[in-house]
Design a protein around this ligand. Structure first.
Ligand SMILES: [Zn+2]
Length: 373
């Protein structure tokens, strides 16, 4: 069975390795910044760049920071907030010429911000009003992305996750899918080990939970089976040091993570993670899902829980705890309420009778285990 290109060299010439229908033109590249700028010069007249400010000292990104029309986003300070999207939108609305392409260069958070800015620019309300599913919105400028971290799948998904004043939730709309993703695995060379490791852990959880889901499209499950093989291979080899071939494999798994999530549904550890994320503004999504999986040994005994423990050990990472992020007993009730609201995810794992298993006490017990760990 082929699971896509295996090396950086193979990656550059790779064609479609996913089955799900995606909205994004994927451009595998060995020189992402040049390819992005060349293509933009042919296809866009007034591009606007949203760039992770942490990339500024890195030479490969010099030409992006030389672009006059740009917004530098400090992705390491926080996941994108609705206020960040509203700020960039108001800057763009005050300009004479509207952009015809919004480019997100960075990790999942920066790409999501670019998606949110594109769609909010042409819709009247503030971004918090658009957090949700199936809302009636018009299409904004084309969204382009240049991922600098692999594993999030954000280069493909039509979801822009934002932290709002009330909730952390995505703008979920077909108009928020990137039109073009230029993917150069080498651009993740300077990513911190913490980010490289946890992003691939989240990629692993996505693939694992979709393969256990009863409500996912068959093509999405197939993509996730391939993605799961790759994520396991990478996390078992170890991601401590950057390696170009492993980076290419991470990019392959990441696209599968994005493609599979279009028709696929994740499950229990994601449902639990949303309660945690809502109770701690500093807790990264990928760490929240890891903490959740560590409390789901009885639900995911075969390769979910035990692999999580193993991958943490192999990669020399301590087990994360909710308390490190300020979560304690006082948050349990609210977290339980949030998680119980994730109906589609419970349905995905437990099927139509999920309410028989997933009671208030069932969810509360999981959070009790989490804060006691
Ligand atoms: Zn996730």
């Amino acid at each position: 069975m082929s699971t896509g290109p295996r090396t950086a060299e193979e990656f550059k010439g790779a064609s479609r390795w996913w089955r799900t229908k995606i909205f994004t033109e994927i451009i595998p590249s060995g020189d992402g910044v040049s390819d992005l700028l060349d293509l933009l010069s042919q296809r866009a007249e007034s591009p606007y760049f949203i760039i992770d400010s942490a990339l500024k000292p890195q030479k490969p990104f010099e030409r992006l920071f030389a672009q006059p029309d740009r917004y530098e986003f400090d992705a390491s300070a926080s996941e994108p907030r609705t206020a960040d999207a509203d700020k960039a939108v108001s800057i763009l609305r005050s300009r004479k010429k509207p952009p015809d392409a919004i480019i997100g260069a960075g990790g999942g958070g920066t790409m999501d911000l670019a998606k949110a800015v594109s769609i909010c620019l042409v819709n009247p309300c503030s971004s918090a009003e658009y957090q949700g599913y199936g809302l009636d919105m018009v299409r904004g400028p084309d969204i382009w992305v240049l991922p600098t971290l692999s594993g999030t799948g954000a280069e493909v998904t039509p979801i822009a996750v934002l932290r709002g004043p009330e909730k952390k939730l995505g703008i979920n709309n077909n108009h928020t899918a990137p039109s073009v993703a230029v993917i150069d695995p080498g651009l993740s060379a300077k990513a911190r080990k913490f980010n490289r490791f946890y992003t691939m852990m989240d990629c692993f959880f996505h693939h694992y939970e979709i393969t256990k889901s009863s409500t996912s499209d068959p093509a999405a499950v197939e993509d996730s089976r391939d993605g799961l093989v790759i994520a396991r291979e990478l996390l078992t080899c170890g991601l401590t040091d950057f390696d170009t071939d492993r980076a290419a494999r991470s990019a392959v798994a990441s696209v599968l993570g994005g493609s599979s999530s279009i028709g696929g549904r994740v499950g229990v550890s994601h449902a639990i993670s949303y309660g945690l994320s809502n109770s701690s503004p500093t807790l990264p999504h990928s760490v929240a899902v890891t903490i959740s999986m560590l409390a789901c040994g009885d639900i995911y005994p075969d390769g979910g829980w035990d692999d999580t423990v193993k991958f943490l050990e192999i990669n020399g990472m301590p087990r994360p705890s909710a308390r490190e992020y300020g979560i304690d007993e006082t948050h349990i009730e609210l977290m339980t309420k949030t998680a119980l609201g994730m109906e589609k995810l419970w349905l995905s794992h437990f099927g139509p009778d999920w309410r028989r298993t997933v009671t208030h006490d069932f969810v509360e017990d999981i959070y009790k285990r989490i804060v006691a760990a």
